[in-house]
Design a protein around this ligand. Structure first.
Ligand code: LLP
Length: 421
């Protein structure tokens, strides 16, 4: 459920009509609903009630400072994967004790940054990383808390590019090697073993692969404790999917996911961390764009928008579907016609949808892409020297620009021409 509904024939974000935002900030723009972000965070938090737990929002899905602050104020921890995300989390007021540092290629600088500013745990993905972290921590006179990310060799049955838990994927340490690597970790004076970590992929629409992976993690916790390790935490990663296509069957809900987690871990006396991104931010955001032209091709009509692949790359990159809806509510029973919905960027890949049935649209009309709050703004680029588009946060009947559109001068001022040129 989200808070983007038609009222009086106009699509609203909570109590704000989208054309009002468009008039204030121009198009295209991203808009997020505070109520939806709050609701989705609480769904997870409540789903794990009764277990000692921390919901760490995966900042890679949406890292705007205002979004992070909103979730942090609700008690969320953060899952970060770079020095930049770590800096954002701290700037939004998240204490180090609630920041988990994930990622397959952490640098010594990133390790130092997190050890200095405070960190809940590093999720270590390889033996070389373990040795690097040990060296950095010892040099600082510290012990780094770690969980090892294990690769359970489970097929998440999701898109090839976002599947991470099979043995051919670059992530984690093979389960079969885990006990040996934990034994090594226990001998390193810069390392403090605190837990086990797993993440098998993103946009999962079925609980079965999660349950298979988590059962292996639970067995490993028991084995590691037998080996003498003090395993206090399990980090179960993120990955629960969202309904991108409203006409399809809905994926399991956080409550179903929570029940499954509870069943596997309730008796294990461990603190449970989860790292959802998409399910919290995805359906909390829209991308709003304007029709520049309707172009009639030989055998199809093109809807040429002012948003492009540089603003929302998911369709071009993963062939992802986003529902596209007109901001002015179409009359009930109005006819639909197929459009190829495209952006102005100079390559054919800049296509959001092919033959998408939509009510008749005209130049100047506004359309909204649903489910654009996750992996939207964060994956944007300035390709074709198109400025990054603004982000807007709505709460009830008010809105604020939480990232303005840069001017061309601001964009250009980041380049320098050498004086020898
Ligand atoms: N934890 C780790 C270690 C991850 O790698 C990810 C996502 C998450 C948590 C959060 O997963 P989520 O709950 O959001 O599914 N750009 C792609 C998605 C990439 C996901 C990468 N890792 C997309 O637009 O679909």
């Amino acid at each position: 459920m989200d808070h983007f509904l038609y009222r009086g024939g106009v699509l609203h974000a909570e109590d704000v009509a989208l054309p009002e935002i468009a008039a204030a900030v121009g198009t295209p723009f991203y808009v997020y609903s505070a109520a939806t972000l709050t609701r989705h965070f609480r769904l997870f938090d409540e789903a794990l009630e009764g277990l000692d737990h921390l919901v760490c929002f995966a900042m890679k899905s949406n890292s705007n400072l205002a979004v992070i602050k909103l979730l942090g104020d609700l008690g969320a921890g953060m899952d970060v994967v770079s020095g930049g995300e770590y800096a954002r989390a701290r700037a939004a007021g998240i204490p180090g004790s609630r920041i988990v540092f994930s990622g397959v290629g952490k640098t010594a600088d990133e390790m130092r940054q997190a050890l200095t500013g405070g960190v809940r745990q590093f999720n270590v993905e390889s033996e070389p990383e373990l040795y690097r972290l040990d060296a950095v921590a010892r040099e600082m006179g510290r012990r780094a808390p770690i969980a090892l990310r294990v690769n359970p060799d489970v097929d998440a049955r999701t898109h090839e590019k976002i599947s991470t838990g099979r043995k051919e994927d670059k992530f984690g340490i093979p389960l079969a090697r885990a006990r040996a690597v934990y034994a090594v970790a226990a001998e390193l004076s810069g390392i403090e073993v605190v837990g086990v970590d797993v993440h098998i992929g993103s946009q999962l629409t079925d609980l079965q692969p999660f349950a298979a992976a988590y059962a292996k993690v639970a067995d490993l916790v028991v084995a590691l404790r037998d080996d003498g390790h003090d395993i206090r935490r399990v980090d179960l990663g993120g990955g629960l999917g969202i309904p991108y296509e409203r006409s399809n069957a809905a994926p399991p809900l956080p409550t179903d996911y929570g029940a499954m987690v509870r069943e596997i871990f309730a008796d294990l006396d461990v603190e449970v961390e989860i790292e959802p991104g998409r399910l919290i931010s995805g359906n909390a955001g829209l991308l709003v764009s304007q029709v520049i032209y309707v172009k009639s091709g030989e055998d199809r009509d093109f809807l040429i928008l002012d948003a492009a692949m540089n603003d929302l790359i998911r369709p071009a990159m993963y062939g992802a579907w986003h529902d596209i809806v007109p901001v002015a509510e179409p009359a009930a029973g109005s006819d639909r016609r197929p459009y190829d919905v495209v952006g102005p960027v100079c390559e054919s890949g800049d296509t959001f949808a092919k033959s998408r049935p939509l009510p008749p649209l005209d130049e100047g009309d506004l359309v909204a892409f649903r489910s654009a709050g996750a992996y939207g703004a964060v994956m944007a680029s300035e390709y074709n020297s198109r400025p990054l588009i603004p982000e807007v946060l709505v709460r009830d009947d008010h809105f604020a620009v939480i990232r303005p559109r840069p001017t061309f001068d601001e964009m250009l001022s980041r380049d320098t021409i050498p004086d020898w040129l």
